[in-house]
Design a protein around this ligand. Sequence first.
Ligand SMILES: Cc1ncc(COP(=O)(O)O)c(C=O)c1O
Length: 370
Amino acid sequence: MIPIAEPCLGPEEQENVLEAIRSGWISSQGKFIPEFEQKFARYCGTRYGVATANGTVALHLALKAIGIGPGDEVIVPVLTFIATANAVAYCNAKPVLVDVHPEYWCIDPVEVERNITDKTKAIIPVHLYGHPCDMNAITDIARRHNLYVIEDAAEAHGATYRGKRVGSFGDINCFSFYGNKIISTGEGGMCLTDDEALAGKMRILRDHGMDPNRRYWYDIVGFNYRMTNLQAAVGTAQVDRLDNLIARRRQLAIWYTDAFRNLVESQVIRLPPEMPWANNIYWMYSILLEDTFGMSRDELIGGLKEKGIETRPLFYPLHLMPPYQGCSPSAFPIAEEIGHKGLNLPSGPNTTREQVAQIVDCIASSRKVQ
Ligand SMILES: Cc1ncc(COP(=O)(O)O)c(C=O)c1O
């Protein structure tokens, strides 16, 4: 099977984990946690990192830190992994879904502005599949309407917007280090911020709400959202690989784009976007199948699976699924089209040029059979 993605782990990760085990610091204290937090925050161009158990709780922690609660509205793209909206729901606030931009598939700033009400407190731009959002437009809207920006950069480690790394634009910026992400700690996440007070608040909330100066004293209800030293031991070594892993994904995208030239010229497929102001890190190389392809996306996924090629459908737009049906009355034509036509191809760092040729041949010949 050619996998959709796989982690890239080596002797440095092994050595760090062994060191953590030998030291006895295997829970949420130990030297690797601050080391990983500082290293990753520095990489992204922010001052503070707060490591968490996973990316979903990083989002929840960020929203709690800025005080999101019942009655508040948070603007979320309708095309994203469900965790983005779930984190808002965990706060008993309302995720207000908005459509994505047809050219680059991320939250559309025009739709954001159109959906602001007097209850809106925050916007969560999601850098979908590794392509940055239009952050100047988003931060400008936020400034004019006095809203927080929480970047969901779970899929976009190291992607840049106008030359600046994502994860450095919002008030708080959240990452995931799940096994299929650009870098991984198994499960894991992090919140980045330049705001010392928000970083402090998140550290307290992450540790059950415990007063940092008085052990076992709690003024608020917090969570156990801590990362372990074992996870951070892996993470700190992973940061050193990040540039290389991004370069490998960008190389893979060049191979795919080259191999797909005929299918693109025949207008049967569309390739993943990269706007002139963006550096896409292609966490997933996603294509859209036009109706002229002559076969449905799900049929193609089934056919490729039989040939040993693992693919995934693009996310279903959130408003189609029971928890978020009726959340927003509007239609979402762009997200529906992309969600319906899109599939992710094997995008892992070990995918070879020969495998790319094999995958593209299989896709092209599936079409001929029709
Ligand atoms: C856009 C987005 N947000 C949030 C998450 C949640 O991260 P995790 O799986 O680490 O909880 C993910 C990933 O899986 C994601 O893709």
